[in-house]
Design a protein around this ligand. Structure first.
Ligand code: NAG
Ligand code: NAG
Length: 203
């Protein structure tokens, strides 16, 4: 009797710990955000960039000389201007890097990465016009949440909310919808400011 009792208690405990483990695993799998794809050996220099798989489609990881994290549009412009003056190769990187091909790698190992990780603010919401102004590093999740706070919604989106608006609009990953203009998010953009390298004549 005693043995049976302790056995069943043991069984119960095993079951319970398995359940806890299962709950833990499910929680862990669905909720852990991807690690930062940029790793630097000193503060912002001597870095590597990869994607959320940990390597690009050819199995490699790219070397870059420097990674910068602007927090405002002005800062971003000055970084791009300086790199342009110095004829430096640069690429845009994001907080989670979802591309399998190595689009994000600057040519060679002396390149500069400019991350949109901290360009992630909602700048303005106009409820009447049903428009929202955001920086390019804002995630789809943030956009949906910010819109919901004022009773707005996005009826057309790609399937995963971890992607950022800049990447979403520039690569055009679409889902499907049966109404309105369709599901291409860029079809709903009313205004866009793009910062690119240019000569002194463009300021
Ligand atoms: C750059 O990082 C690599 C390892 O990631 C290290 O072997 C190398 O010594 C570093 N170079 C400098 C200049 O810090
Ligand atoms: C912007 O991103 C940073 C770094 O991931 C995070 O700490 C911060 O909370 C984000 N800001 C907003 C407004 O979500």
């Amino acid at each position: 009797m005693t043995l049976l009792c302790s056995k069943s208690m043991y069984l119960k405990q095993v079951l319970r710990s398995n359940l806890i483990l299962l709950v833990f695993l499910v929680y862990w799998v669905t909720c852990s955000p991807p690690a930062d794809p940029i790793k630097c050996s000193s503060k912002n220099t001597n870095c590597t960039i990869t994607n959320y798989y940990g390597m690009f489609s050819d199995g490699s990881v790219c070397q870059v000389a420097e990674a910068l994290y602007p927090t405002t549009e002005e800062e971003l412009i000055s970084i791009v201007a300086k790199a342009t003056r110095n004829k430096r190769k640069m690429k845009v990187a994001t907080h989670s890097s979802h591309s399998l091909p190595k689009f994000v790698c600057p040519d060679g190992q002396d390149g500069l990465l400019i991350s949109t990780k901290y360009l992630n603010r909602t700048l303005k919401i106009d409820v009447k016009a049903m428009t929202i102004t955001v920086e390019s590093g804002v995630t789809l999740r943030q956009l949906i949440d910010e819109a919901a706070k004022v009773g707005l919604a996005l009826p057309y989106t790609p399937y995963w909310w971890g992607i950022i608006i800049g990447g979403l609009v520039s690569t055009g990953p679409h889902d499907s919808t049966l109404w309105g203009k369709g599901s291409s998010v860029h079809d709903y953009i009313v205004k866009l400011r793009i910062i690119s390298s240019a000569g002194p004549e463009d300021g």
